[in-house]
Write a protein that binds this ligand. Structure first.
Ligand code: CA
Length: 231
């Protein structure tokens, strides 16, 4: 099997060197660049299996890089951050990160996290809930082999967890899922989650459904209980 390809975006050469060394020692194929702009150019041309992204880059802030990256790629991202106050933004998952590591960190620990996320990314398609029928009653179409979902004839551009959340909800329209239930079903393999993880993803999911039909809101909030998909 091909070794996993990792792109390391880090401007401090001493840190980059230790990361590259740890990843290569672990049998991974690691490459490196210094600037966010360069990283985005490369990510448009190449398809690495994972990106390690420093938040404090000399040209574009790592958060911006990730936001732009998410418009065209679902590649897993691990942030490197030097500041604890940045963690909230990362853990809120609003910028689509998969994990983060706070400097100073152990390169071996980072390599171990890379392995966990690669395993998770490979298993995501296989472990995603599969709908009973390919065409669902609400105009949803679930392509479980391709891990994608269409609504009213248009494919939704979903992140991995948005997809898995929607896949759970469409499986049983009308069934109310409590937040802890959704955490178990959708985020069972996530390393760091917070209470608002479910709400944040429902919000972004709704926004993406609204892009197709501004008047429709098929996900229903049941106050104090959870969420369901309209029947
Ligand atoms: Ca830096």
């Amino acid at each position: 099997m091909k070794p996993p390809a990792i792109l390391v975006v880090e401007d401090e050469s001493a840190i980059a060197d230790t990361i590259l060394y740890a990843l290569r020692t672990d049998g991974m194929q690691a490459t490196h660049c210094v600037l966010g702009g360069e990283a985005l150019d490369r990510l448009r041309a190449e398809r690495p299996d994972l990106v390690i992204l420093d938040v404090g880059l000399p040209d574009i802030n790592g958060f911006e890089v990730c936001r732009t990256l998410r418009t065209f790629s679902d590649v897993p991202v691990i942030f490197l951050t030097a500041r604890h106050e940045e963690i909230d933004r990362i853990v809120g998952l609003e910028i689509g990160a998969d994990d983060y590591v706070v400097k100073p960190f152990s390169p071996r620990e980072l390599a171990a996290r890379v392995r966990v996320i690669l395993r998770r990314a490979r298993g995501a398609v296989a472990s995603a809930p599969v709908a009973a029928a390919p065409v669902l009653p609400d105009g949803f179409h679930h392509d479980s082999d391709g891990a994608r979902m269409a609504w009213r004839g248009r494919w939704l551009d979903l992140t991995r967890y948005e997809y898995r959340l929607l896949a759970v909800l469409v499986q049983h329209p009308g069934r109310i899922y409590a937040r802890p239930q959704l955490m178990d079903l959708v985020w069972h393999d996530a390393l760091d989650t917070v209470d608002r993880t479910v709400d944040t993803h429902v919000k972004t999911l709704r926004a993406k459904l609204r892009e197709i039909d501004p008047g429709a809101d098929p996900i229903r909030t049941h106050r104090g209980m959870g969420y369901s998909l309209e029947t």
